[in-house]
Ligand binder design. Structure first.
Ligand code: NDP
Length: 447
């Protein structure tokens, strides 16, 4: 059997076993495509059912989350934790609270997380969790009661050496606080290493809030300088206006770029003169309002409920909102309007078609599992600080983050070249991430 046939057999089996989970299929297809290249060269990676084991989560936990709303009515949501792979360390990955969450979405995120975490070079396995709970329009008391009920079940599955969740869409510092409080009560111990993204006075790490956005920009800067360009003086589009987007905007502008647009699910804002980051933080982080409010308070900005943010001319695009937000047509429009670099702050924001267009048009493209790994890497640094009862300075932690992003870029670039796909950071990141986990799984036997 050829490697092509072997991998397509794996894929057919996986489609059957994971029916109705299109995002998981998409993530599997992208990684399996890169694995063909490895298996041609290093066929021993197909031994001992390695690929099949890698694509099957070690454990999938689904649970009921009942809570009482402000009107005294009982609401029921569904909670998930997919513990995908712990060959390199405890499961590590965020919790997402969004109405679109289902098992397939959590599996795609958990699967991606395995390779991302491996790429960081730190001892962390891959997992992901969340709920179809929608925090929008809920009072703070409702969010607290939901988090407490969610943790009442989750607490028995996590721990410093077992599984260490963090934030993701809809789960920020406030939610991590409520979740940690409930864990502490149920476990009857202050086990700071059980969650990351904690408040700075109770075990959190400086730079964790900024890390995913900053890390994405550090990666972009590495990629641009490798291709003789620089962020300084460039025009950048950032989609989203959540945790990742805000700090990507902040760092890109600090490095001399002008961020000309950002968005949320209600529409996008054109800011030709750059973003007033302090105002954006006030609106999104403190007041939790929509992006349309920004144009009411900042001169020269316009709000657009229609059309696409990806139709604006730019040099660099950083999709930082959600999966599949940038499709083939968007990619063609970006190329036609001069964009040369795309780096994913979000997880899988580009569709498979979009990635194909980037390849055709010669756009340098950094996949999320490499470009947004700064968040989880800094979470692992938070775990190190918790384990040693220490807290590091902002400068030192940021330096560590920059070093990690530099290494991820180098490893992705070198691996792509080594396997004959120079400049293809999708192939480079997938293979480099895969080999480290695969070697550990082979060494540890069939489990
Ligand atoms: P936040 O909840 O802070 O922000 C999410 C942003 O994306 C908001 O602006 C939100 O708009 C927008 N958004 C979410 N869903 C949709 C949708 N269906 N359509 C359009 N816009 C949408 O999340 P984060 O910034 O933490 O996460 C953003 C992305 O980055 C996700 O893909 C996440 O998995 C990924 N990521 C996050 C990491 C982290 O450390 N936080 C680490 C690595 C990756 P609205 O408010 O209108 O919903």
């Amino acid at each position: 059997m050829t490697v092509d046939e072997q991998v397509s057999n794996y894929y057919s089996m996986l489609l059957k076993r994971n029916a109705g989970e299109p995002e998981f299929h998409q993530a599997l297809a992208e990684v399996l495509d890169s694995l063909k290249i490895v298996l041609e060269k290093d066929p021993h990676y197909a031994d001992y059912g390695l690929v099949q084991r890698l694509c099957e989560p070690e454990r999938q936990i689904i649970f009921r989350v009942p809570w009482v709303d402000d009107n005294g009515v009982v609401q029921v949501n569904r909670g998930f934790r997919v513990q995908f792979n712990s060959a390199l360390g405890p499961y590590k990955g965020g919790l997402r609270f969004h109405p679109s969450v289902n098992l397939g979405i959590i599996k795609f995120l958990g699967f991606e997380q395995i390779f991302k975490n491996s790429l960081t070079g730190l001892p962390i396995g891959g997992g992901k969790g969340g709920s179809d709970f929608d925090p929008k329009g809920k009072s703070e008391a409702e969010i607290m009661r939901f988090c407490q009920s969610f943790m009442a079940e989750l607490h028995r599955h996590i721990g410093e050496y077992r599984d260490v969740p963090a934030g993701d869409i809809g789960v920020g510092a406030r939610e991590i606080g409520f979740l940690f409080g409930q864990y502490r009560r149920m476990a009857n111990q202050h086990e700071s290493g059980v969650l990351t993204g904690k408040g700075l006075t109770w075990g959190g790490s400086l730079v964790r809030t900024e890390a995913t956005g900053y890390g994405c920009v550090y990666f972009t800067q590495e990629m641009m300088s490798h291709h003789g360009a620089s962020l300084s003086g460039s025009q950048v589009i950032v989609s989203g206006s959540g945790n990742v987007a805000i700090y990507a905007i902040e760092k890109a502008q600090e490095l001399g770029a002008t961020v000309i647009a950002f968005s949320d699910s209600s529409g996008w804002v054109h800011t030709p003169n750059g973003v007033d980051v302090a105002k954006l933080k006030e609106i999104k982080e403190q007041r939790r309002e929509r992006v349309s409010q920004y144009v009411a308070e900042v001169d020269g900005a316009t709000f657009h409920a229609e059309g696409s943010i990806w139709d604006l001319p730019c040099d660099v695009a950083l999709p930082c909102a959600t999966q599949n937000e940038l499709n083939g047509d968007h990619a063609r429009s970006l190329a036609a309007h001069g964009c040369r670099f795309v780096a994913e702050g979000a997880n899988m924001p580009s569709t498979a078609d979009a990635i194909e267009v980037f390849r055709e048009k010669g756009i340098h493209f950094a996949p999320g599992k490499a470009a947004n790994a700064g968040g989880v890497a800094t979470s692992a640094l938070e775990m190190q600080q918790n384990a040693s009862r220490d807290s590091w300075s902002f400068e030192y932690t940021d330096e560590r983050l920059q070093g990690i992003m530099h290494n991820i870029f180098q490893r992705s670039a070198e691996t792509a070249a080594q396997y004959g796909h120079e400049g293809d950071y999708v192939v480079g990141a997938n293979i480099a991430g895969f080999k480290k986990v695969a070697d550990a799984m082979l060494a540890q036997g069939v489990i």
